[in-house]
Design a binder for this molecule. Structure first.
Ligand code: ADP
Ligand code: MG
Length: 386
């Protein structure tokens, strides 16, 4: 639906109150490099994708809030003064969570209607949830003329997911959805929450995302185990080397290697991944700034190897997708997201994209029996008012 058709639908769904209204967009994202570094106070470098959620919004003269999900064809209504988790319409909690956090700032809201639709694949690790939170935050604050900068809005959207939805995500997804910029990746320092746009505009390359279609199973228990192994490594290095070490961010790769024989094998491997991955993110930033796509691609392959062999969060299907990409001769490929399923991200010469997409789908199907989904995207813009 184009913008006019969306407004027509909005008009048919809600009464027009002749009050403040607007249309907004926020994108999903893919993490280009920097995996399992966020909770180690390290670096990540995602980009916004050209898949987005679009939201239309208008104030109401009362205290009611109504949300209409076009994709689910569901209309729900809540009371601003009594927001509670909705077990039935789970999607509505992402919106309520944001509104709850805005009210916690001490803002007094009036009622409003929201209608939205999106094409960010859901539950595939491309962060449709952050897109939904960020677009809601932008819409509701803009309607009420609440002043809030990009970083504050991203953090508010993150708190919505943490507190209301109950998912303990880091800052990456909401940051990139809010602060992303066309032709740029975003380097984020997960210790200080500082960020920096990194140019990514080589016209000869494209980012291609392959969805393995494998459900991300195991994630919770394995994730907790990795976190605990990282903590063990931090305690070890703090004791042996420097009491000021509070996260793997503070450890040099040399140091990790020096203590290889004194660490439990898994603890060594986890530390080796995190510390080398942080180096790869910073090297990737330099490679992109120098427009050295070959180098950036090599770092992506190295990241995958480290995630697969040292951090052990890949799976057969993700490894197959990366191996097939290598066989196709693409510049870079790696699993992206927490692992055990989800997507790979590939750096592909534009002239080869069509062949790559066709071949990888065919070969993946032949090896696994699964139909992969493939999305081609340049780095897109972050959230904005239309
Ligand atoms: P991811 O963020 O990786 O896509 P999540 O499980 O965190 O996966 O978030 C997906 C959830 O976000 C969906 O189950 C749904 O509740 C909500 N959501 C995302 N996009 C939409 C949409 N277009 N319409 C309605 N709900 C959506
Ligand atoms: Mg999510």
């Amino acid at each position: 639906m184009n913008k006019q058709e969306l407004w027509d639908k909005f008009g048919k769904t809600f009464r027009d109150y002749d009050l403040e209204s607007g249309a907004y967009k926020a994108p999903g994202r893919v993490n280009l490099i920097g995996e399992h570094t966020d909770y180690n106070d390290g670096f990540v470098m995602p980009m916004a994708i050209e898949k987005e959620i679009t939201m239309l919004a208008q104030l109401r003269p009362d205290k009611k809030i109504k949300f209409y999900s076009l994709d689910y064809d569901q209309l729900v209504e809540y009371d601003l003064e009594n927001l509670e988790y909705d077990e039935e319409n789970v999607w509505a909690n992402y919106l309520m969570g944001v509104i709850d956090e805005i009210q916690k700032l001490g803002e007094s809201l009036q009622g409003f209607n929201l209608m939205f639709t999106g094409n960010v694949p859901q539950g595939s690790g491309l962060s449709s949830s952050a897109a939904l939170e960020v677009v809601t935050a932008l819409a509701v604050t803009d309607l009420h003329k609440i002043k809030i900068d990009g970083v504050e809005m991203a953090l508010l959207a993150q708190r919505a997911e943490n507190n209301f939805v109950g998912v303990q995500c880091g800052i990456m997804d909401q940051y990139i959805s809010r602060l992303g910029k066309k032709d740029h990746a975003l380097l984020i320092d997960c210790r200080t929450n500082d960020y920096e746009l990194v140019p990514f505009k080589n016209e000869n390359y494209q980012i291609v995302i392959c969805n393995s279609k494998v459900e991300r199973g195991l994630v919770d228990s394995e994730y907790n185990q990795r976190r605990s192994e990282c903590n063990q490594a931090v305690e070890f290095f703090a004791e042996k080397e420097d009491g000021n070490i509070t996260a793997l961010r503070d450890v040099e790769l040399e140091t990790v290697i020096k203590y290889k024989n004194q660490l439990a094998e898994n603890v060594y491997k986890r530390a080796h991944h995190v510390v080398s991955e942080n180096e790869r993110v910073l090297a990737s930033k330099k490679a992109l700034e120098a427009d050295d796509m070959q180098k950036f691609g090599d770092l992506m392959y190295a990241s995958h190897k480290s995630l697969s062999e040292d951090y052990e969060v890949s799976c057969k299907e993700l490894d197959i997708l990366v191996n097939l990409a290598a066989e196709e001769g693409v510049e870079g490929a790696r699993m992206t997201g927490a692992g055990f399923g989800g997507c790979t991200v590939n750096l592909v010469k534009k002239a080869k994209v069509d062949d790559f997409v066709k071949n990888i789908k065919e070969k993946y199907k032949a090896e696994t029996g699964i139909e992969a989904e493939v999305y081609v995207s340049n780095p897109g813009d972050g959230a904005r008012k239309l």
